[in-house]
Design a binder for this molecule. Structure first.
Ligand code: GLA
Length: 646
């Protein structure tokens, strides 16, 4: 009897272990799937149309766009991967792409270069013993819509799961905030005489910290509790305010120069914008939560200041008198402005010169002054002015027509009783860097929209070199907003698809470029790594250096680039970047720490000689007095950021 039981148990165990199961990849959590641009679609092409390849429509599958990657964890007991692949018929352009299946750092299967119109190709790949499986669409002359039709895995053991790259604290380089007081933020700030002035003094250290000011010009008040200077900007001039911060551990001093009558944004704006996280789903609560998080996370104590609402706040119709209202997601803009200002932070808003914004909301065409006056009531300190739908007014704009709406809005902003930082957003058209400052812009986008891929980051960031001379205090090249942390451009967020090293490259490069930095993630969901990237005071000091000189590359070579920027104190900030273009296998982030390359910087390359003190800015560590040059160990797609003293 007992024997019979054992036999039954044995047979059923055997049956269970041999029982092959099948999972559709489209049933899995796809939030870690990388897509070149746009959003992954299940059961549809990324264009939103039915999945259609070579004229044939398919019901099941995943619509993505090159470059696309997805990593799956297996347990070595999976059997087979199968799918059909092809370029969707709704894809625009003629560009091609290649599909790959990789397993444990080997190519298991690859397609020919596929184009729109090609018949879908069958994949059937044995995946026995594989632990990490990657589905990869590489570009080949384009970034077309790429479809995985009925992709599935058959397996015996554990259910396949997405392998999302976990960034733990071992990647953090920024040292913990010291107990001794440190006064952070810009060393210079601009304002217009007679207009409202607001400046939060960013200080870190062990609380309680006693912060006091001397030489504060008349008209300005200091609140040591909130650490906010407010009041009315004094007459044209330069005022040096001495800030002292003391706690039980020590004390710190710093001069803040308030320059009135010489423009705004004398250092690049540092803040947050709603677009890269919330897209059009932004609402009042999300904006309030962002202001709360900027303060509670400590970001405000490192100099982050702006809370900017991007597209999606506007009501569907103006009032009969033409006044623009906020939509019902923003019940009280004035109260929201006050809420932000109470922290000593600043409020930003978005509009466009045409009748509609890029998101299809109402924009400012023929209501420019009225809108400026509305924003004045709400307490707006910053305007991002997009180009969208102006083409309906000027279908073939020449240079003057390109400038016209921006000049008009500048004139209207000058009629505001408030200081408004003016951000032009027309993606670099008409070489905006050549005229952006002349028409009174404080910053101007230099490219199309960024997204959280290495391709987007590196093509935008490393292409900013020739326009470097056009940046300076009060007028900055803007290579678009940050893509670290949880981003998503809509209600669903995902962790940035950049590797930790790519994220170091991002913040280092934007600091060297003297680029405006607007955080694009949900600040209320930041992990320790993201926070560490945004709170390294020595890196931020490079970004905020009052000289305002944008870095230039001193060497661009295969696989690496060296960029250098002079700082006000006579030192140089130098970024040594590994830009190696990836082999197919290396293009996949296998979830392991990157290998490093040795890259040497000879002082002669930087126009200096002799021995210089060198400091690693991310680690905030002196590397010694080095003669002739420095050899850095640079991780793949990463950076070593140093300061070379005079
Ligand atoms: C454009 C801009 C983005 C964002 C959206 C809003 O695409 O470049 O940064 O402002 O419009 O619709």
């Amino acid at each position: 009897m007992i024997k019979k039981h054992y036999l039954l148990l044995f047979v059923s165990l055997l049956l269970v272990s041999c029982h092959t199961q099948k999972i559709g990849i489209d049933e899995m959590d796809l939030s870690s799937m990388e897509i070149g641009r746009g959003a992954i679609q299940v059961g549809k092409s990324t264009s939103g149309n039915p999945l259609t390849v070579g004229g044939k429509v398919f019901q099941k599958g995943i619509g993505t766009r090159a470059i696309s990657k997805y990593l799956i964890r297996l347990d070595g007991k999976a059997v087979n991967f199968s799918a059909k692949v092809g370029i969707d018929d709704s894809s625009r352009g003629r560009g091609g792409a290649k599909f790959y299946i990789l397993g444990d750092k080997k190519i298991l299967w690859e397609s020919m270069v596929m184009h729109k119109g090609d018949t879908a190709v069958d994949i059937n790949v044995p995946i026995k013993k594989i632990m990490k499986l990657a589905m990869y669409v590489a570009e080949d002359g384009g970034t077309p819509y790429a479809d995985w039709i009925e992709p599935s895995i058959t397996y015996h053991g554990d259910v396949p799961v997405p392998l999302a790259f976990k960034i733990d604290s071992s990647y953090i380089l920024t040292p913990p905030v010291a107990n001794a007081p440190r006064i952070n933020g810009p060393r210079v700030t601009g304002a217009t005489p007679g207009r409202p002035f607001l400046f939060r003094v960013p200080v870190t250290g062990k609380p309680p910290i006693d912060v006091s000011l001397t030489n504060l010009p008349a008209g300005l008040n200091w609140d040591p509790e909130s650490k906010v200077i407010s009041g009315t900007a004094p007459a044209k001039g330069e005022y040096v305010v001495k800030i002292t911060a003391k706690n039980e551990v020590g004390s710190a001093e710093k001069d803040l120069k308030i320059i009135t009558g010489k423009g705004l944004a004398l250092t690049p704006p540092l803040g947050w914008n709603s677009w890269n996280c919330w897209g059009l789903s932004v609402d009042q609560e999300k904006v309030k939560a962002s202001a709360d998080a900027m303060v509670s996370s400590g970001l405000a104590d490192h100099g982050w200041t702006n809370i900017n609402i991007d597209d999606g706040w506007e009501a569907p119709e103006r009032k009969p008198d033409g006044e623009l209202l906020a939509n019902n997601k923003f019940p009280d803009m004035k109260a929201l402005g006050d809420y932000i200002h109470n922290y000593g932070l600043k409020l930003g808003i978005y509009s466009s010169p045409g009748p509609k914004t890029c998101g299809g909301f109402l924009a400012s065409y023929q209501h420019e002054l009225q809108d400026v006056k509305t924003w004045e009531k709400w307490g707006v300190d910053y305007l991002k002015y997009d180009w969208c739908s102006y083409r309906t007014i000027e279908p073939k704009p020449d240079l003057n027509a390109r400038k016209k709406p921006y000049i008009l809005m500048r004139k209207m902003l000058d009629k505001s009783k408030r200081d408004v930082v003016y951000s032009l957003c027309q993606y670099g058209a008409g070489d905006v860097w050549r005229w952006g400052a002349d028409i009174g812009g404080n910053l101007w986008r230099t490219t199309g929209d960024i997204t959280d891929t290495w391709r987007s980051l590196s093509t935008i960031g490393f292409a900013q070199d020739t326009i470097s001379p056009f940046a300076g205090p009060g007028h900055w090249n803007d290579p678009d907003m940050l893509i670290v942390g949880k981003v998503g451009w809509g209600p669903q967020l995902h962790a940035s698809r950049l590797t930790p090293d790519e994220q170091f490259t991002h913040i280092s490069l934007w600091s060297l470029l003297a680029a405006p930095m607007l955080i694009g993630c949900d600040m209320s969901q930041m992990d320790a790594f993201t926070l560490s990237l945004l709170t390294n005071d020595e890196v931020l000091e490079v970004n905020q250096d009052p000289l305002g000189k944008q870095a230039v590359p001193v060497k661009k070579d295969t696989g690496f680039q060296i960029w250098s920027r002079p700082l006000e104190d006579g030192s140089l900030a130098v970024g040594i970047f590994s830009t190696a273009s990836a082999s197919t296998v290396e293009a996949i982030n296998w979830g392991e720490k990157s290998t490093t390359n040795k890259i040497r910087v000879d002082w002669s390359l930087l126009g200096i000689s002799g021995t210089h003190k060198v400091r690693d800015l991310w680690r905030q560590k002196d590397l010694g007095d080095l003669a002739d040059g420095f050899e850095a160990e640079v991780p793949y797609h990463g950076v070593v950021l140093i300061k070379i003293f005079k």
